[in-house]
Design a protein around this ligand. Structure first.
Ligand code: PMP
Length: 392
């Protein structure tokens, strides 16, 4: 812990809560999209039917009824025949990242992460004293040629990465999605090199444009499947306050992960699992999802239009994501967005400077803009403030 750094995003969120600040910083779901009535009704149902089981301790790997709902959800994502034994319910997918790191990593082990990478995963791997190596990504996700080069370079050093961590669909912070071709190729590399692939998939339900792509795990053949750990969560499309995630893990890791989870928290809240199972059983999620996707699509477009309209030509470039919560933007090479965020805060808007997402490279001129939480008028006003701050 002596070397541990506090999360910059969590620090920044303290400022983001100020009433005079428009925040593009956190990846918080839009509160107006929570299905409050649906969850209230599901809670009432739990009390009618199952209250003592919901209030009691439960199995470490999760409540059967919730696991059944998760396996149905996974079938809708194209991952068929998930066995209940390979499914572990976690306290948010963040716990999945922590558990796999706890089980797999010894100090000095190498972990490959996409660059830019999800900050809180980097934080976990650093806490377990891993050596992080970044692999560049672009609009189509992880660059697999760079991945092969990095693996080969490590071999020359006599090292083998313990795993590759990627958010293949609507990346955080990149918003990028790994193309279908690259999904197959990534599986081929992981199985050939015998490196575990951690697919972290919190955002896949939030697609507002383009063709649906199956998660990487859905494309794995029998020989490739043992090389994948898949993680997902209800946080981004039901509610993060439930703290409900899950992992699909190869047989060989089930026992170790279950023991690690038992030591961490015995089990994830039984009450919340019962409520979520009741909610998913009612089918109300299917009714809520189109509204959620549409709302994020509208917000993303509002931010893109505002950026195009407010920034002088050539001062900012950004991706056009098909889903998720983030725009990943690049300013002129001379701009240090870490310094710029202070000017932005004075102008009444906040974002996350890109440097925080590069564990092993110093790239100063990027910023992550979340369009998920603010209203459309606030997005428009916030971008105007940001553009004014650039000119200042
Ligand atoms: N992975 C990624 C890529 C995320 O963006 C997040 C949330 N910010 C998580 C995991 C963790 O989400 P939760 O623990 O709420 O499921």
């Amino acid at each position: 812990m002596k070397n541990a750094k506090p999360s910059f995003v969590r620090e920044i969120l303290k400022v983001a809560n100020r009433a005079d600040i428009i925040s593009f910083a956190g990846g918080l779901p839009a509160p107006e999209l929570f299905d409050v009535d649906g969850i209230r009704d599901a809670t009432a149902l739990v009390f009618e039917k199952n209250s003592t089981a919901a209030l009691q301790y439960g199995p470490t790997d999760g409540v059967r009824g919730f696991k059944l709902q998760v396996s149905e959800l996974m079938a809708r994502r194209g991952v068929n025949s998930v066995k209940l034994e390979e499914l572990i319910v976690t306290t948010g997918s963040q716990q999945g990242i922590d558990l796999i790191a706890k089980v797999m990593l010894d100090p000095g082990d190498v972990v490959l992460v996409e660059r830019p990478a999800y900050l809180a995963a980097v934080q976990v791997f650093e806490l377990y004293e891993a050596e992080l190596r970044g692999v560049d990504s672009d609009a189509d996700g992880l660059n697999l040629e760079s991945l092969e080069v990095e693996i080969a370079a490590l071999k020359k050093e006599g090292k083998r990465p313990k795993f590759i961590y990627t958010v293949a669909t609507f990346g955080n912070p990149s918003g990028a999605t790994l193309s279908l071709e690259r999904r197959y190729k990534l599986l081929e590399i992981a199985a050939r090199e015998q490196i575990l692939l951690l697919e972290d998939d919190p955002y896949c339900e939030l697609r507002f444009s383009g063709e649906t792509l199956p998660p990487v795990i859905a494309l794995a053949d029998e020989a490739q499947r043992p090389w994948i750990v898949y993680m997902s969560t209800l946080s981004k499309f039901v509610a993060p306050g439930l703290r409900l995630g899950w992992m699909i893990v190869p047989d060989g890791l089930v026992q170790a992960l279950t023991i690690a989870k038992q030591a961490a928290d015995l089990h994830t809240s039984t009450f919340n699992q019962h409520v979520a199972a009741a909610y998913l059983e009612t089918g109300r999620l299917e009714a809520a999802l189109p509204r959620i996707r549409e709302a994020y699509g509208i917000k993303a477009k509002a931010m893109i239009d505002a950026l195009n309209g407010s920034f002088p030509a050539g001062t900012i470039e950004f991706n056009q994501p098909d889903g998720g919560m983030f725009l990943w933007a690049k300013m002129a090479d001379s701009v240090d967005t870490f310094a710029f965020v202070k000017t932005a805060i004075d102008a009444g808007v906040i974002f996350v400077p890109g440097i925080t997402f590069f564990p092993d490279a110093k790239r100063l001129n990027y910023l992550r803009l979340s369009f998920a939480t603010p209203s459309v008028p606030d997005i428009q006003e916030g971008v105007k403030r940001l553009a004014r701050a650039v000119v200042d």
